[in-house]
Write a protein that binds this ligand. Sequence first.
Ligand code: UDP
Ligand code: MG
Length: 167
Amino acid sequence: MAPNREHTLILIKPDAVEQDLHLTVLARLEHTVEGSRYVASRILQFNPDLCREHYSHLTEKPFYKNIETYMCSGHIWAAVLEGPHGMIPAIREDIGATDPTAAAKGTIRNTYGTKIDLGNGEYFTRNVVHASESQQEAYEEIRRLFLKEEIQNSAPEFAEKLWPATE
Ligand code: UDP
Ligand code: MG
């Protein structure tokens, strides 16, 4: 693996898959940073256990049940994007802030996301897309959702890094 390559997990959430936006969003994110490429992708379905692991930092929030219902409501497209150093923050910038109404104009979440005010300053959002916040978060998320076999043909060194051979 060339030094300085970064990897991130992209999830196209159920609201976007339902609106047939998955190809549009995946194609856009492949071009956000020059020199990026997808090394794996597949459709999957979250269940409550998987959702709780993926969003473990939010399970105590009053709106967690909304997130679970949303993320388990339909198909999700999961993709692993590989790119140069700095890709992770660049992708986060292109998708926009968590709250679509606070996200910059032209970002994916600002363009396609919806927000529901829950009162007390809390909100719940169907915001189209997930992208890992850090390299460490990406590694954990990719390991949870993909198998080594799904990645090793297109990115053998990365697969070896995430799932080191035991012998
Ligand atoms: N979320 C929400 N309200 C909040 C915070 C989060 O509805 O106040 C949902 C939203 O769908 C978000 C997801 O939970 O994308 C994960 O939250 P996180 O803080 O990790 O934001 P992200 O990394 O997705 O921008
Ligand atoms: Mg996050």
